[in-house]
Design a protein around this ligand. Structure first.
Ligand code: FMN
Length: 196
């Protein structure tokens, strides 16, 4: 059975630092034969939660807002074995697009009996200087309360850089990403019965 990890990436810089970090995690997953895919949620119009609770009436795994990208992300997340939420640090928190996914995705998941339960998950964040820990916390709030298995690494899942590509110079940060990929692969294989 092939395993798959999906990353939802929320930087408007498609090839920026956060994407570079995710690709480092992916490299380790791919080395273990695990498929990977990255979805870019930024740069598309994304709306916040309306608190209408229609997800609790419909219970169809979807948000009632059908004219943006959140339901595409949720459908892909529901199919994946592992999930990475990836956001640059913006004023000490996630980007607006990621927050919309957290709020709406979190509610839809709850309305559907924790439909993302049991997935192997991690949050990662690129940062110039400070504020990445609240950013990681914000994403972990969804991952943990949705009953996913949140994976750690040799440090918190951050790397330092401002301009696109600068995280490559953060040896420790990129090492943290590599170890995260190894740890996710180990747990995925353990859960799905293919560890030697
Ligand atoms: C609107 C905005 C807010 C930011 N806020 C912070 C911040 O609070 N702390 C910080 O260290 N860097 C901050 N940065 C810098 C980014 O986190 C940093 O450049 C990061 O590498 C961007 O990742 P990306 O290339 O994936 O977009 C901010 C950048 C922008 C555009």
């Amino acid at each position: 059975m092939s395993l798959k990890v999906l990353a939802v990436h929320s930087s408007p810089r498609k090839e920026g630092n956060t994407a570079i970090m995710v690709k480092r995690v992916f490299a380790e997953l791919n080395a273990e034969g695990i498929e990977t895919e990255m979805l870019h949620i930024a740069g598309k119009p994304v709306r916040g939660c309306m608190a209408c609770r229609r997800c609790y009436e419909n219970r169809n795994g979807r948000c009632v807002i059908e004219d943006d990208f959140v339901n595409d992300c949720l459908a892909a997340m529901a199919k994946a074995d592992g999930i990475i939420l990836a956001s640059p640090t913006y004023f000490g928190n996630v980007t607006t697009e990621m927050k919309a996914l957290i709020d709406r995705g979190g509610y839809v998941s709850k309305a559907n009996g924790d439909m993302l339960k049991g997935k192997v998950a991690a949050a990662v964040s690129a940062v110039r200087r400070a504020g990445s820990l609240p950013t990681l916390d914000a994403m972990n709030h969804l991952l943990l309360s949705a009953q996913m298995y949140v994976v750690g690494s040799s440090y918190w899942n951050l790397a330092i850089g401002r301009l696109p590509g600068e995280v490559e110079q953060d040896e420790e940060g990129m090492g943290t990403m590599a170890q995260l990929g190894k740890n996710m692969a180990w747990l995925l294989k353990k859960l799905h019965g293919s560890n030697s």
